[in-house]
Ligand binder design. Structure first.
Ligand code: SF4
Length: 138
């Protein structure tokens, strides 16, 4: 089945959580919504409630205070929920790896389905990662 058929078959609704990032990854995610990248053409859209989400998209190094909320959001999400870690922060901490307030990596807190590395990753890389996730839904 071609990629476009897969996209038309199922759209991904994404809830974004900013878990103590430097905000560059978040700005790249905002780029995805601009006409230049137009994420919604793939049927992928950001939603305002975890209750409507297929994907939990997380940026940041996982500060200890936000980590509790990340776990709570994961527990509140309808299952199955796909967890996507964006940037080097949720994997290895990036600039914050030796921070006293880091409780990551993210996969110590909740299961992660997809890592999109980069500091920050380019919007094209994020689109490719999300489309690969769509491919796994078949
Ligand atoms: S991965 Fe890099 S760009 Fe993204 S939030 Fe962490 S430090 Fe910032």
């Amino acid at each position: 089945m071609g990629i476009y058929n897969r996209i038309l078959k199922k759209s991904l609704w994404v809830f974004h959580v900013s878990a103590s990032p430097c905000n560059n990854c978040d700005i790249e995610i905002l780029d995805l919504l601009t006409p230049g990248y137009d994420l919604e053409r793939f049927g992928i859209k950001l939603v305002g409630s975890i209750r409507h989400a297929d994907v939990l998209l997380i940026t940041g190094m996982g500060g200890c205070k936000i980590s509790e909320r990340v776990i709570r959001l994961y527990n509140q999400a309808p299952k199955p929920i796909f967890v996507v870690a964006v940037g080097t922060c949720p994997i290895g901490g990036a600039t914050f790896k030796d921070s006293y307030s880091r409780c990551g990596p993210l996969d110590k807190l909740i299961p992660v389905d997809l890592y999109i590395p980069g500091c920050p990753p380019k919007p094209e890389t994020m689109i490719e990662g999300l489309l690969r996730l769509l491919g796994r839904l078949d």
